[in-house]
Design a protein around this ligand. Structure first.
Ligand code: BJW
Length: 244
């Protein structure tokens, strides 16, 4: 691992632009569960079809509203961990660092990262179902979705299965990754499209691909290096190595 850290640190230090693609794994050490890990992942205990699709929402709005409300209240209380802070420090060492996150928890912003692309929206925001009117000031503990001023139901401003990702965010993500020197892929299973295609896009355009994950994933195959471990440990070690 020490040799790999040295190699990656050298690559990072000489980079003009680094894109960091993050997934649920980076927030696990902040106490937020991932999705697909056996036993502890959300989808091991909750039905994604019922809770994270438009069809599920329309079938039972109170159920879906309450599930997101409970998660939002929990997430609002969490704090960034050493992995998030290491990425903030990276910004001070490299001309351009773009964080592309699939996470909806807002922890990169809370840590202080400045250039963040949220691919799957934010659980801290709302919009209405029919017209997409944004709304942020919503009380916790409601048993069913409140109405927008236009009469439509509110929903969390996240991307459910079968929904398109925010176009501007997605386009920018591909553009940035396509011109990055290094793509750091942290804490994602690499199973959910289109985000999972970003590392491959980077590789095809000449970026050095580094994965940080305790497990191998489909991305490992195209990665130049897997730093196997927890992001809250590996990322600070990487920053320390860059300072050597
Ligand atoms: C650690 C760690 C530590 C642990 N340190 N690491 C067949 C083929 C291709 C695509 C499809 C297909 N069938 C269906 C699709 C499309 C679908 C998809 O990809 N499905 C796959 C599951 C098969 N995609 C979509 O539907 C997307 N939309 C779309 O395709 O639209 C098309 C369209 C175009 C135009 C018009 C209309 C439609 C939308 C995807 C939305 C995903 N939404 C969610 C929920 C968000 C809201 C919420 O939170 O409730 O996003 S699902 C969930 O998965 C969430 C995550 O962002 C996303 C990715 O998960 P992530 O982050 O990778 O987490 P995990 O749990 O999978 O992995 C955690 C990793 O961390 C693991 O590897 C651990 O080892 C690691 N780890 N501890 C570092 N300490």
């Amino acid at each position: 691992m020490q040799e790999q850290l040295k190699t990656v640190a050298r690559r990072l230090k000489s980079a003009g632009k680094i894109c960091v693609l993050t997934g649920a794994g980076i927030s696990k050490e902040s106490g937020i569960p991932t999705f697909r890990e056996a036993q502890t992942g959300l989808w091991a205990n909750f039905d994604a079809e019922r809770l994270a699709t438009i069809q599920g929402y329309l079938a039972d709005p109170p159920l879906v509203w309450q599930w997101y409300d409970t998660r939002r209240v929990g997430i609002a209380d969490t704090q960034p961990n050493a992995g998030h802070y290491a990425l903030v420090e990276l910004e001070s060492m490299i001309p351009s660092v773009v964080i592309i996150t699939q996470n909806i928890d807002g922890l990169h912003a809370k840590a202080g990262s400045r250039d963040i692309i949220e691919l799957h929206g934010s659980i801290l925001k709302y919009r209405c179902f029919d017209a997409g009117h944004p709304q942020s000031d919503v009380a916790a503990g409601l048993k069913e979705p409140p109405q927008c001023r236009c009469g439509s139901m509110l929903r969390p401003d996240v991307v459910w299965f079968g929904e398109a990702l925010p176009q501007e965010a997605l386009e920018r993500a591909f553009q940035e990754v396509g011109s990055a020197d290094v793509v750091l892929v942290v804490g994602t299973s690499g199973l959910v499209q289109p985000a999972a295609s970003l590392p491959d896009h980077g590789a095809r355009n000449g970026a050095f691909i580094v994965e940080v994950n305790p497990e191998e994933t489909p991305i490992t195959e195209i990665a130049d290096c897997l730093l196997q471990g927890l992001s809250g440990t590996v990322l600070p070690r990487l920053i320390a190595e860059m300072k050597e």
